[in-house]
Design a protein around this ligand. Sequence first.
Ligand SMILES: [Zn+2]
Length: 70
Amino acid sequence: MEELGICPVCHEDSAFIETEGGWCVYVQCGHCGTHTAFTSYKNEEEKKEAELAVTRLWNMGKVIAESRGE
Ligand SMILES: [Zn+2]
């Protein structure tokens, strides 16, 4: 299992894997709301692969910054 690195946007160590509605996962920063793309899955096996995929996206810095309006 790969570990989640720090947030590439705010550099806080508060990332976690979120499961959305039982069909997709993504990584989100609990500090600034930056997140990865959603990756869908159909069963438990695919869920593990999806979690690994979003972990890698996060660690590569392929994230979507949450714009909070200015
Ligand atoms: Zn952050």
